[in-house]
Design a protein around this ligand. Structure first.
Ligand code: FAD
Length: 409
């Protein structure tokens, strides 16, 4: 097991500086424009693909870094650049991880390359779990997948919502109910290949923040996919369902719940790192402004009221990063999350980003309230972190129930 180290090594620093360069030179200058256009920044994704930041290889390298710091470092720099554009770049990774976690080697080899496309024809992918009546309460999902044995096909019907890249994705990964009696243990994930009839985009949402990231409903109307599109395959699913039915009969189920929990705990620090990136960006803007803006004949940072705010902002950001790095190191090294450390990191970092970006607006005064300065956009962007991948309330619920030794529903 790798030691928990609180400093990037030379190689990681080199990668960090490389991503930072892309974030500063390509993402930042284009951020306001794509935010206003509320459109996927395809040219920026293509630039990222050209230098290798938008690729499975890059993602996998960071993901398997034994120190656990690869993904948080990459996320922090990209989201420092611009949250909306960064989500357009890393959104495909959510779907790719869904396939990496549950797919067979053949499925991984077939579908992940199609999710990214190639440098001259970049593609994106979508992960579709949330539904209009199943947000925090994933178990109440209604999208159904029924097996047509005669044709070895699955038929999917239902409506997904809030899907990042939904409808514009080349490949959609859709979570659906295969056994309604088993709650969340009766769910399975499916690949919906490009141009499959019956899949269409519903409403595209006009959002408060991360407006460059496309978010939409995905409607599945008698979508037929080959049996090979069930992630993990039918045999594995049948075994899993049989075990879940046995446990349900015996009144158990704890082990399955804990396995699902471990997956969530492992992915939450990445969202925490995104929040740290946005928070740091706003803090840096505020610090610079406070040092140069003069009122009453001196820089406003000379006032304790302003300086102490900056001190608190920096302290919270550093604390958030440490929680994120700890949880990420634990996930990569298989350490058990006995105090829901993944949820802790996401909770603290996302609340920090919301608070710090608000403080940045205050420090910039009237300018902070305008779209002439980026902190206004960063504040709108930061609001997402306390909502997606489990709201702050759900993180608190998970932490509290873990501490109490209670099952997490
Ligand atoms: C921009 C954006 C992108 C997204 N991308 C994706 C994606 O790519 N794929 C995907 O599948 N989903 C995605 N989501 C969905 C996201 O994960 C959900 O919005 C989130 O899980 C919350 O669900 P909800 O919106 O239905 O809120 P609800 O679950 O209805 O919650 C509403 C409020 O009630 C609170 N609440 C609910 N239950 C409890 C409880 N038990 N105790 C205390 N408080 C509670 C919540 O914390 C929240 O404050 C995205 C959402 C957004 C906004």
């Amino acid at each position: 097991m790798a030691e928990f180290i609180m400093e990037l090594n030379d190689e990681q620093k080199e990668v960090r500086d490389w991503i930072h360069g892309f974030a500063a030179d390509v993402m930042r200058p284009a951020a306001a424009e794509w935010d206003e256009r509320e459109e996927t920044p395809w040219p920026v994704i293509q630039e990222a693909a050209k230098i290798g930041i938008y690729s499975l290889d890059f993602y996998a390298q960071q993901y398997f870094d034994p120190t656990g710091l690869g993904i948080p470092m990459a996320m922090e720099e990209l989201f420092w650049g611009d949250a909306g554009t960064a989500l357009s770049i890393v959104g495909t990774g959510l779907a790719a991880v869904g396939v990496l976690a549950n797919g067979t080697e053949e499925q991984i080899g077939t579908w992940i390359p199609q999710m990214y496309g190639d440098v001259n024809d970049v593609k994106v992918a979508a992960f579709c779990s949330s539904e209009p009546d199943a947000g925090s309460d994933v178990a109440s999902m209604r999208t159904r997948a029924v097996y047509d044995e005669a044709k070895d096909e699955w038929v999917l019907n239902g409506t997904k919502t809030w899907a990042t890249n939904g409808g514009i994705a080349n490949v959609h990964v859709v979570v659906a109910v295969v056994d309604p009696e088993l709650g969340s243990k009766g769910h399975a994930s499916f690949i919906i290949p490009p141009n499959t009839p019956g899949l269409s985009q519903g409403q595209k949402f006009q959002k408060h923040g991360i407006r460059a990231s496309h978010t939409a409903e995905v409607v599945l109307d008698n979508v037929r996919v080959p049996g090979s599109c069930l992630l993990g395959g039918k045999e594995k699913l049948d075994e899993r369902l049989a075990r879940a039915r046995e446990r349900a009969k015996a009144g158990g189920g704890e082990r399955v719940k804990n396995a699902a929990m471990a997956t969530f705990e492992a992915s939450r620090p990445a969202v925490g790192a995104m929040a740290v990136g946005t928070a740091r960006a706003a803090y840096e803007e505020a610090l610079e402004y406070a040092k140069t803006r003069e009122q009453f004949g001196r820089p406003i940072i000379d006032n304790q009221g302003v300086a102490f705010q900056l001190a608190d902002m920096r302290t919270s950001i550093d604390a958030a990063r440490l929680l994120v790095w700890r949880a990420s190191w634990m996930a990569v090294n298989g350490k058990p999350f006995t105090a829901a450390e993944g949820s802790q990191s996401k909770l603290f970092a996302s609340e920090t980003a919301k608070k710090v970006t608000g403080q940045a607006i205050q420090i910039l005064g009237g300018n902070g309230f305008t779209r002439e300065y980026p902190v206004e956009r960063m504040h709108r962007d930061a609001a997402i972190y306390t909502i997606f991948e489990g709201t702050s309330e759900i993180q608190r619920l998970v932490i509290a129930r873990t501490l109490a030794g209670m099952p997490i529903r």
